[in-house]
Design a protein around this ligand. Sequence first.
Ligand code: CP3
Length: 338
Amino acid sequence: MPDLLLNALKSSNNGRPPVWLMRQAGRYMPSYRALKEKYSFHDFCLKPELITQITLMPIEQLDVDAAILFSDILLPLQALGLKVTYEEKIGPKIYPAIRTREQVENLQLEPMENCFKGIPLAIDTLRNTLKVPLLGFAGAPFTLASYVIEGETGKDLRHTKEWMVSDPQGFQMLLDLMAEVSIAFLHLQIKAGVQAVQLFDTWAQALSPAQFEQYSIKMMRKVKDALPPDIPVIFFSRGGVSNALMMAKAGPEAISVDWTVDLASLKNSVPPSLSLQGNLDPAWLYAPPEKLVKAVKDLLATMQNHPGFIFNLGHGILPDVPYSNVKLLVDTVKYATY
Ligand code: CP3
């Protein structure tokens, strides 16, 4: 069986498109919810047996073409001495929120190896178990900074933007520190054996084009440049075609875009060597099965015979979609004719 995902990341896949899904392990799965009765989300991210077990759930149940390490973009902030909590219905919280240069200067990054001993152990077991590639990931510097500044998921990024416009140098110091966090977290995963990585810049869509270039693209490039050149890197951001085209120019092997981008036009506007991942609206998973199948087939038809296409959603799976629809989506990509 040729490796569909790694080939697609080299824009040389001649088979059907590979499929994996952002947030493929999560609360929409009965098996995940059952395990959550017994353990905290922190246990899920720290204990090697749990990391392994949860990473494998979508492989065993959905039979997707790639595994993504079970972890979280906010976890490595703990290596700065910040407290990160996850509470049901409240979402993540970071203490203390960082809003001054002095605070940035007082943060020190502990080696990731000391903080997250379970991650390399889990990656080692996973590589020995999996027949599909294992992806690693990290938050991009801007998105990490937005969580650190807001102390939670920021609705309008009020504090982030206030700092950005009133003290750009101080803000840049924080971004540089976040790049260090991202790079160290990815090095930990790459040394242990992940085969490609995705950088999530979830909140960069709140930026103007000029700010996107300066705070998202430049910082994602800085992270990529610090990684071994043989590890394919996927840049993920939302915010439409303008952001997609800027990401395309920044040098990743692949870009992952949301459903506001027309992939058929995008593929004609970027070099053929750039792989494209996406971009079904995750809301289709609420649709009646026949409508979902049609939406999946329409996207497949658009990208037919594209050697660098990776089927995914435009953003993560929402926690309350029917499990049966997620399975149907994956099976449609793998087995349907269109
Ligand atoms: O994709 C996967 O299956 C791998 C695991 C993964 C998680 N988070 C697990 C998780 C990945 C790749 C992430 C990335 C992540 N985390 C992002 C970027 C992607 C995106 O969705 O935009 C962001 C912004 C975060 C921060 C974060 N972590 C938030 C906002 C939340 C709460 C929201 C929610 O869904 O509850 C988390 C918690 C989290 N991370 C959960 C999971 C499965 C839910 C925890 C639970 O079980 O209650």
